[in-house]
Design a protein around this ligand. Structure first.
Ligand SMILES: [Ca+2]
Ligand SMILES: [Ca+2]
Ligand SMILES: [Ca+2]
Length: 206
């Protein structure tokens, strides 16, 4: 995306791009669109260490190695139509179509999951998420959380991982490809989880 700056901002000698907004990185430069007074587009090189990310991306495939849920494709988009996670059943999600420029260092992975703990009042729906870097053959250790909201209370969103959390390993860009990357979700409560949407975001540095 183009980041639009006003003339006074462009004329400052030491403006801070990240203070204005979070630009989408393409290669080593971001393109600044002027407000009409400058004759042409301006490009600046981002300083080393600048953080970038893919934005949240949704899966478009599921059930490569694990497919224990009902209607799992309902978790591709947020529309209050849910995938139904059975007790003690795994489901994997993939084809997130991440675009990461070559040479970047992966600094973190965040998974977002929107849903509820279903219909039964109790201890909530406990779930675990693992990531795979080799098409499902190997996984990270699990992160876990609980949906305590019931279906008729509306969805909540849980996020696991962060900009500086690589889930215990060093990732290559190829390991985040559609061929390799998997998000594996496991529900281990007695209640049934109802999952509206699953997303993932990759953080990296220039
Ligand atoms: Ca929802
Ligand atoms: Ca597989
Ligand atoms: Ca949905």
């Amino acid at each position: 995306m183009a980041l639009k700056l006003s003339m006074p901002q462009l004329l400052r000698t030491n403006y801070n791009v990240t203070a204005i907004g979070q630009p989408s990185l393409t290669g080593d430069v971001i393109t600044l669109e002027n407000d009409g007074d400058m004759p042409e587009w301006t490009k600046i090189k981002l300083p080393e260490g600048t953080m970038g990310n893919t934005g949240y991306k949704s899966p478009t495939a599921t059930g490569d190695d694990y497919s224990g849920w009902d209607n799992p494709t309902n978790a591709y988009i947020s529309n209050d139509t849910d995938a139904e996670a059975g007790n003690n059943q795994d489901q994997d999600y993939y084809n997130f179509d991440f675009t990461i420029p070559e040479g970047r260092t992966i600094t973190g992975i965040r998974v977002s999951i929107e849903g509820s703990g279903g219909f039964e009042t109790g201890t909530g729906w406990d779930f675990q998420i693992k990531l795979s870097w080799d098409g499902g053959a190997s996984t990270t250790s699990a992160k876990s959380d609980t949906f305590n909201n019931l279906y008729d209370e509306g969805d909540t969103i849980k996020t696991l991982g962060d900009a500086e959390d690589t889930w215990g390993r060093t990732w290559s860009i190829d390991e985040l490809s559609n061929t390799n990357f998997r998000v594996q979700v496991f529900g281990d409560g007695f209640e049934e989880g109802l999952i509206d949407h699953i997303q993932a975001k990759i953080y990296y540095t220039v």
